[in-house]
Structure formats: C-alpha cells, structure tokens
Design a protein around this ligand. Structure first.
Ligand code: FMN
Ligand code: SF4
Length: 437
C-alpha cells in the first residue's frame, strides 16, 4: 500500500492533509465534543456518536445474541452521547445473513432488554434503531438471494447477479411500507429513542434512489425513485408525531457510482448532491429530524465508504481525501438543509488525531455531531477518553480491515486487533486466507 498514516497529533494531521492537498478542519480546543445536542426533546449528552455496525451475531430468530449484548454493553459504557444501533431487518427475506438482527413480534422483548441495558449503562443516551432491507445483498440463509430494484451491470458483476433475475415488483415494494411501519412500532415498544429508515450503502432503499432505468412507479423520475423512502418516512413520522421519538435516516448522499447507476453521481463519477439536498428538504418537512451522512457502498467502493490502509484493493486516492470528502459533503448538506441534525462519518481513519478533527468539525459548524464506527469496535471508551483529554493513540482503530474480512466471511464481526475475543475467531475464519473487502 502506498499510503500509511500514523498521525497522532493535530500538527501531523495538518501536515499530511497539506501534502495530500485536502483541508480538514482541526481544533486544539476539544471542549465542543462535550456539547449536548437536543433534537425534538431527545438529548444526547455530548456530540459524539457511535455509528451502526453489524456484528452478525444475532440469534437465528433475529434477536440480539450473546456477542451482540457484549458489544452494546461495551459501547454503552464508553461515554458517547448517542448510539446508532446496527442494521436490523424489517423482514426475514431482507436479512443480510442468518445472523443479522431482525426485529419481529416474537423477539421484541429481547430488544427491550438490550435497550434497557444500554440506557442504564449510558445514563439514558438515545439509541436509534437502524431499520433495513438488504435488497441485492440479502442472504437470509447465508447464501445470496438478491432482491434487486433494477439491473446494474457494475454491481451485478461484483455480486454475480444473473442478468435474467427478475427485479422486485411494485407490489412487493408497496407491501414494504407496512413492514417498515410495523418494525418502527416494535422499535418504539422496545424502548429505542428513534428509528433510522436506512437509505445508505446500496441496500434496497438506497438502491431505489438510483433506479433511473426501472419502469413503473418506483423508477425513472426523482419522484418515483424517492417514493418508498419519502412515503415510509412520512408514515413513520405521522405515526409518532406526538411522541418523543426521532425519525432519522442514514443516507449515502452520493453513491460515487457513475450515472445512471449511482445516486447523486455524475457520469464521470464526480459527486453532485443536489438531489440529496432536495430529497432531505422534503423528508425534513415530513418529519425527518436527524441525518447520518454516509457515502458510497462497501460492496463497490469501500475506499469511499470507510477509508482504509489495508483492504481488498489499493485505493485510487489517499484515504485522507476520502475522509475530507465525507466531512465536506456533510458540511454542504448542513448548510443547505438548516435545522436538520447532521451526524458526520469518516473519522476512524484519523486515529490519534481524530479528536482534533472531530472538534474542528464542530467548531466550524460542519456537522452537529461526529460519529465513529470502527473506532468503537477497537476502542469502545473513545468518547469518554476524548472528552476527558485522555485519548490514547495506542488504542485506536488502525484501518486494517480485519473486521471487514470477518464480515465478508459471514462470521461474527469485531476488532481482532484490539479486542482479544475476536482474535481466535479471526484466525479461524480468515487466517492465511486472502484479504476480502
Ligand atoms: C464490520 C462493519 C459493520 C458495519 N455495519 C454497518 C451497519 O450495520 N449499518 C451502517 O449503516 N453502516 C455499517 N458499517 C459502516 C460504519 O457504520 C461506518 O460508516 C464506516 O465504518 C465508516 O466509519 P468509520 O471510519 O468511523 O469506521 C459497518 C462497518 C463495519 C466495518
Ligand atoms: S480490525 Fe480493528 S483496527 Fe482493524 S479496521 Fe477493524 S476496528 Fe480497526
């Protein structure tokens, strides 16, 4: 790999960013990290969030398993102000594996236990449930059973989807409205503080946003491509209009897959977020109050989605360029959609310098909160230590991709580098095998 980034200090980050030719705001004053954020009466006690990350460790019926519980215990004890619970399927056929979480009538009490534990350990920090349908990445029995919105040669090839496979029907998509709404009601019953109608990373809802080539009422025009997301957000927001319950979305605000196969991406692959801004403004009017910004998809361009040093291919850009893209795009949305609470992504790669960049983002008003994904796997106490000024660069995520390799092996995912219980799991699943991304 040509890129190696070990910056632990603000100065080193500034120097490397200048060499790469990108600007990343930094601040020595880290006090903004401790700033509480209140949205519709729900308060995060500080401005740091844990991003959703699947552990593939649910029980067969979709309830959180033993390792799921352990992960959330570690996260909830770590001092972050808000927890974005991992992708949780709204129906069996939309699960990404036989161990993906799936909230249903039969297991809502198990979720209740997990959320109660998190509230108790975190002094009531809000927990948002990410509701999903895996679409073309569905593997409910651990073998691919893609449910695709339209044929996309770039992703078809990557995921070996047969060109003769039928796309999901409009009737199927119509029926999903009720499934999302029902899952949202179960999430409320379980004690979650809000739901995320997930629209990122090219799962079904996200794929529809770029369904330019699909016929019928869910394809073609902006109105059609955004129909399912708009209608589900409105249904859910209407159902909870009188409650202290947040309606959120985690959106890939650009897929970085060239038009006509990617949302908010020009034919030459460059980012144009005008449709994302238009869509988010509409969603906000319907009751959306929090946006967790993401970009790209881990299945096609993981260097965009989670900048890394070590992965399945050599990234075409310095990972700091990817970090800067995510920070700047979140900032563009924040200024274009005032009043929407914006949570930024892309900071784990920064390692020891992450807290200066997180503070820089908050000081310069580029996001309302800063979220961390892989950092939380590696260093679950990152938020407490950052806020206390005791952040330890020897405990950070290294961007080495081993957690992702575990995920691709459809086994339980965690950090085999920093969290020793995952080391034997990694050795068994991936030891000596090729590095998958
Ligand atoms: C093992 C693993 C599982 C993930 N699962 C999810 C998920 O369930 N939902 C989601 O929106 N993003 C998921 N992500 C993406 C992260 O939330 C995050 O966007 C990404 O890792 C970049 O942030 P970071 O640099 O802080 O890690 C996952 C990432 C990893 C490594
Ligand atoms: S395995 Fe651990 S150190 Fe490596 S990228 Fe994942 S969280 Fe970071």
């Amino acid at each position: 790999m040509p890129y190696k980034f070990t910056c632990a200090t603000k100065e080193a980050l500034e120097r490397t960013a200048a060499e790469v030719g990108v600007g990343i705001a930094v601040s020595d004053d880290i006090s903004p990290l401790a700033r509480p954020v209140t949205v519709r009466g729900v308060t995060a006690k500080n401005s740091l969030a844990v991003h959703p990350m699947e552990g593939f460790d649910g029980d067969g019926d979709g309830a959180p398993g033993e390792l799921t519980h352990r992960r959330y215990e570690r996260f909830a004890s770590g001092g972050a102000g808000l927890f974005w619970f991992e992708a949780t399927a709204v129906c069996r056929e939309g699960r990404s594996s036989a161990h993906q979480l799936w909230i249903n009538d039969g297991n809502v009490d198990e979720y209740k236990r997990t959320v109660e534990m998190m509230h108790s350990l975190s002094d009531g920090a809000p927990v948002i449930c990410q509701l999903t349908h895996s679409g073309r990445f569905s593997k409910p029995d651990n073998v691919p059973e893609p449910l695709i919105a339209y044929h996309n040669p770039l992703l078809n090839e990557r995921m070996t989807v047969d060109a003769s496979r039928p796309v999901v029907t409009d009737d199927y998509l119509d029926a999903l409205h009720d499934k999302y709404l029902h899952a949202a009601k179960l999430a409320k019953e379980a004690g979650f503080d809000g739901v995320d109608i997930k629209s990122c990373h090219r799962y079904l809802m996200s794929e529809l946003l770029s369904a330019y080539t699909r016929d019928g009422k869910y394809g073609g025009s902006f109105e059609n491509r955004t129909r399912l997301l708009r209608e589900v957000v409105k249904d859910v927001a209407d159902a909870f209009a009188d409650d202290k319950f947040l309606v959120c979305t985690r959106m890939s605000v650009s897929d970085c897959i060239p038009y006509p196969y990617g949302f908010c991406t020009r034919e030459d692959g460059s980012v144009d977020i005008s449709e994302a801004i238009e869509l988010l403004s509409i969603l906000q009017k319907s009751g959306l109050s929090v946006l967790n910004v993401s970009m790209g998809t881990p299945y096609y361009n993981p260097h965009v989605n989670r900048p890394y040093d070590s992965g399945g291919y050599e990234p075409p850009e310095h990972p700091l360029a990817g970090v800067a893209r995510m920070i700047d795009t979140a900032a563009e949305i924040k200024s274009a959609v005032p009043g929407l609470c914006v949570i930024g992504t892309g900071y784990s790669y920064l390692r020891g310098s992450a807290m200066y960049a997180a503070a820089g983002t908050l000081v310069s008003g580029k996001a309302d909160m800063v979220g961390f994904g892989r950092m939380a796997f590696a260093y679950p106490d990152f938020a407490r230590d950052m806020i206390a000024g005791e952040f330890d660069s020897k405990k950070t995520c290294l961007g080495c991709g081993k957690c992702v390799q575990l995920m691709r092996r459809i086994t339980t995912a965690g950090c085999p580098v920093r969290d020793r219980i995952y080391t034997p799991i990694y050795m068994e699943a991936c030891g000596g095998k090729e590095n998958l991304f």
